[in-house]
Design a protein around this ligand. Structure first.
Ligand SMILES: Cc1ncc(C[n+]2csc(CCOP(=O)(O)OP(=O)(O)O)c2C)c(N)n1
Ligand SMILES: [Mg+2]
Length: 727
């Protein structure tokens, strides 16, 4: 502790305690003790089977209570992890609210009973609930801090964010910071290093707190972190202030965190505090630390327990008298008991509420709002057409430019998306604007704050977008190749898609992720030809669309941006420049609702349900089949989740025969779901089995001859169609 000298209460000298007054010191202890007693109560409730999970914050209370004096609720932004109970109490979350989480009550402010307890969230306090995946939150805080800097320069964006759904009360302050915490183990995730790199590159005010208790469940620090010290390991990140402190001494922590937070607030740069804490209890109630800690280890940890040591300190220093301490602790016990009684009587959410908040309740992208007048006339060259026909890739930058002009919340970023990072050279060069030129000219027109390049870090791209979107921005990042989306899988599957659901509708992350996808490149090989859209249509909360014409791309991209859900916007690389996919630009208000298929060709004898690059192949097959007297109907789904079941059903009822044709591998593919549903709901309508035409169950090869054998071709469709009609 800072000082062991006895003082008389009437000559209290706060300078000995880094400026903390008596009330603040007692307040710190009260919160620490309350935090511990809540853990103890929850552990008891779990053992009595009255709750379903418990994870504690024991041993971490000192540094967290101190952080509560340095950070500002409803002002700063918080990305805490599960051990942050004491900080949450300091910020204003109540014991009752916490216990509502433990019993999984409907009114649990963090998740309404959808997440395990200790996944703290509060809209009121700017506390963004974390998922259970350790270490993902580091990136979210960087995105949130990037939003803070952005709003400094784009006040209209903040106004627009406030007008959007859930925008009520969105705060922004010139000296706000983003707080993020995690354990020593979570710093081993690549996302931690990506977040430090991004925070230092972008120079944004994030306060990183590493709560190092020396263990990640049973794994000790020497098997976790090279050299045993995370602060030493990251000591060369430029601009990153680093301090280490004894995390069980709240006064020392207060001093350290005050310096770090002041640095973030004033310099607008990141800081990292490495606090050494203890974990006097097992990892969680599912763990027994005696299996891997010796009695001596446990005893020495117990000696560093911040609760008894800070209590003793306060009494020894004469700040609190023994009797006062007893009264304070008794009062806390009463508070915990009373909150427990209330929480145990709280209602859980009704079972039929499970479907709420998977998607936005405010904006329905399948609805009439998005039924803008379609361009008239036969196809894309009708009278609405302005100027010459645009390829799909040209249409992207046109649509994005119009949206960016009307909505200042939109930011575009990714690998190579800018025209030229070195702005001073823009006048001398044509500009890159994406490896496919999809974003060309956007940086030049809207500036480098709105269109910028990122490191090659896909988790970072999506994780930062998450943090920005939580703050009300509308990020439209790009994943350069679908083949390289996998580092972002955790962010997509476990964070972005379910934030709204797991926060019971209090938070959302409506990012539009543009992804270049697909093969037929004659030379793309395994790593530039992948599809795999079905991996994402399997994720609730995500919308997945995949247009096959420039007109559809324009309408669907606009709907994606104007909707309120995360959208995976799949752009087929092979179609980017095909003359047959071109359309005239339909104007700045053209939208297409999600979940509406396009009838590409009417037919009588069989239906081909397809999307993406296979649409054109189906058209070619249909033309050949027509010469043989077979009339094929083609549906381009274009929106894969949601998809247009009504259109599929109507077509199958008409033709009684159906092929589902898709580019991805045949087994377990998108067609499996469609085929299963047709077999289930339209069995009586069928005159033949449901057929799938798809890629072989292999990877996609480089040599064009092999690629041709692997991906579905016109001939495959034609053969299956003939066979089906003859069935
Ligand atoms: C990505 C991921 N991998 C594994 C787990 C399982 N898990 C939960 S907590 C934990 C240990 C975390 O240790 P640390 O970051 O040091 O935090 P502590 O619990 O010690 O405070 C692990 C491995 C997880 N939740 N997420
Ligand atoms: Mg740990």
């Amino acid at each position: 502790m800072a000082s062991q000298t006895k003082v008389r209460a009437n000559i209290f000298d706060s300078s000995k305690y880094h400026g903390l007054g008596r009330d603040a010191l007692v307040g710190i202890y009260r919160t620490m003790f309350l935090s511990r007693r809540l853990d103890d109560r929850e552990i008891q409730l779990k053992r009595q089977n009255r709750t379903f999970f418990q994870i504690n914050g024991a041993g971490h209370e000192g540094v967290l209570a101190a952080a509560g004096l340095v950070l500002k609720p409803s002002y700063d932004w918080f990305f805490p992890y599960y051990r942050d109970r004491a900080l949450m109490l300091m910020l204003g979350m109540t014991p009752y609210e916490m216990l509502l989480g433990a019993v999984g009550a409907k009114d649990d402010p963090s998740s309404g009973g959808r997440q395990m307890p200790s996944h703290w969230g509060s809209r009121r306090l700017n506390i963004v609930p974390g998922a259970s995946a350790t270490g993902m939150q580091w990136l979210h805080a960087v995105g949130a801090a990037e939003a803070a800097i952005y709003y400094d320069h784009f006040p209209k964006a903040l106004e627009q964010a406030r007008q959007a759904p859930l925008g009520d009360g969105l705060t922004h302050h010139a000296d706000e910071i983003a707080y993020v915490s995690g354990g020593d183990g979570s710093t081993s995730e690549g996302e931690f290093f990506e977040s430090l790199n991004a925070a230092c590159l972008r120079r944004v005010p994030v306060l990183f707190l590493v709560e190092d208790n020396g263990y990640a469940i049973s794994v000790p620090i020497e098997a976790q972190t090279a050299g045993g010290s995370i602060s030493k390991l990251v000591s060369n990140f430029p601009g990153l202030m680093i301090e280490e402190c004894d995390g069980v001494d709240p006064i020392e922590c207060y001093a350290t965190l005050s310096r770090a937070a002041a640095y973030c607030r004033t310099q607008r740069l990141p800081a990292l505090v490495h606090a050494h804490v203890t974990r006097p209890y097992s990892h969680s109630l599912s763990d027994d630390e005696r299996l891997y800690k010796t009695p001596e280890d446990r005893e020495s940890e117990a000696r560093r327990d911040p609760i008894p040591s800070f209590s003793l300190f306060l009494v020894r220093e004469g700040i609190v008298e023994g009797r006062e301490m007893e009264e304070l602790e008794a009062e806390v016990e009463r508070e915990v008991l009373e909150a427990t009684d209330r929480a145990l009587g709280a209602d859980s959410a009704p079972a039929d509420s499970i479907y709420t908040c998977v998607y936005s309740p405010d904006v329905n992208p399948t609805g009439p709002l998005f039924e803008a007048a379609a361009p008239e006339g036969p196809g894309p060259s009708g009278p609405h057409a302005a100027g010459k026909l645009k390829t799909m890739v040209e249409m992207i930058s046109l649509a994005l430019a119009d949206e960016m002009a009307r909505d200042e919340r939109i930011v575009v970023f990714g690998e190579d998306v800018a025209d030229c990072t070195r702005e001073q050279n823009l006048a001398q060069v044509k500009g890159k604007g994406g490896v496919f030129k999809a974003t060309v000219g956007l940086q030049r027109r809207f500036g480098s704050a709105r269109v910028f390049n990122t490191p090659i870090a896909e988790a970072g791209i999506v994780g930062r977008a998450f943090g920005m979107a939580v703050r009300g921005l509308k990020p439209v990042p790009e994943i350069q190749f679908f083949d390289y989306i996998w580092p972002a899988m955790m962010q997509l599957r476990n964070e972005l898609s379910n934030l709204r659901w797991r926060s019971a509708g209090h938070f959302k992350a409506p990012v539009v992720l543009r992804v270049a996808i697909g093969g037929y490149l004659t030379g793309g090989g395994i790593y530039h030809s992948q599809c795999g859209e079905v991996v994402f249509t399997h994720v609730p909360g995500l919308r997945v669309v995949m247009p096959s014409t420039a007109l559809d791309l324009c309408g669907l991209l606009r709907t994606a941006i104007r909707s309120d859900d995360p959208v995976m916007f799949l752009e087929h690389k092979h179609l980017y420049r095909q003359p047959y996919s071109r359309s005239a630009y339909p104007g700045a208000d053209f939208t297409i609702p999600f979940g509406r298929a396009r009838l590409v060709r009417e037919g009588r004898d069989l239906s081909i349900v397809t999307y993406g690059a296979v649409v054109h192949r189906a058209e070619l097959a249909a033309a050949e089949l027509a010469r043989e007297g077979i009339s094929a109907e083609i549906l381009d789904l274009r929106s894969l989740s949601p998809y247009d079941w009504d259109a599929i059903a109507a077509s199958v009822r008409k033709t009684n025969r159906v092929i589902v044709a898709y580019e991805d591998m045949r087994s377990w593919g998108y067609g499996a779901e469609i085929a299963a549903r047709i077999a289930d709901e339209l069995f009586d309508e069928l005159d033949a089995p449901v057929r799938r035409v798809a890629a072989t169950d292999t990877f996609c090869a480089y040599h064009p001859k092999l690629e041709q054998a692997i991906l579905p071709q016109v001939e495959n469709i034609r053969r299956e169609a003939r066979d089906l009609v003859a069935y």
